[in-house]
Design a protein around this ligand. Structure first.
Ligand code: PRP
Length: 185
């Protein structure tokens, strides 16, 4: 797995420092207010679990599952696999947490859906922001890092379902995402 990484873009120490900063920003905004962190599965599970443990004020946790089905490295049709329960959305202040803001289609759709389903407010928090890829105009309210338009994996981010368990963020070797999917490790 590690041998498929061209270079490390964010070390574990850099990641933790970035999350500390975002956690302070989130805490400052929500102090004194009940809110719910909604982790967008699967990618954000690693980030969300580190982030919430650095937020020293009361919060609730919920999950939404969305996937883009596309060929190779392009994002395609978006499917929302499941939403939080109605009671976890209606009248609530939600913080949608995702691992990467790429084209913006996933978070735009989820923000709209959460509002439509009665959320009182919806903010967004992303681990990585790749503004070069944006197709929908969306800025995250909180973000840990901006990254260049490279194929990044690790710390929750996958290619073909793998590499999420790398403890750092790395750029995947071109030969790994250009080889046939059946050969991906
Ligand atoms: C990835 C990532 C974000 C989304 C960002 O999810 O976790 O949710 O794509 O891309 P966008 O800004 O272009 O919409 P993916 O659909 O790969 O599912 P996963 O989280 O299960 O990996």
């Amino acid at each position: 797995m590690h041998e498929d990484v061209e270079r490390i873009l964010l070390t574990e120490a850099q990641i933790q420092a970035g999350i500390d900063r975002v956690a302070r920003e989130v805490t400052a905004v929500y102090r004194g207010q009940a809110f719910t962190v909604v982790s967008v599965l699967k990618g954000s599970c690693v980030f969300a679990s580190d982030l919430i443990r650095r937020i020293p004020i009361p919060l609730e946790l919920a999950f939404v599952s969305a996937s883009s089905y596309g060929e190779g490295v392009e994002s395609g049709r978006l499917e929302v696999n499941f939403f939080p329960a109605e009671s976890e959305i209606q009248g609530r202040d939600l913080l949608l947490v995702d691992d990467i803001l790429d084209t913006g289609r996933t978070l735009s759709r989820l923000v709209d859906e959460m509002r439509r389903r009665g959320a009182r407010s919806v903010r967004t928090c992303v681990f990585l922001d790749k503004p070069a890829r944006r197709a929908t105009p969306l800025s995250a309210d909180f973000r840990a890092f901006e990254v260049d338009n490279l194929f990044v994996v690790g710390y929750g981010l996958d290619f073909a379902g793998h590499y999420r368990n790398l403890p750092y963020v790395g750029a995947l070797k071109r030969e790994c995402y250009e080889r046939p999917r059946s050969a991906a490790r």
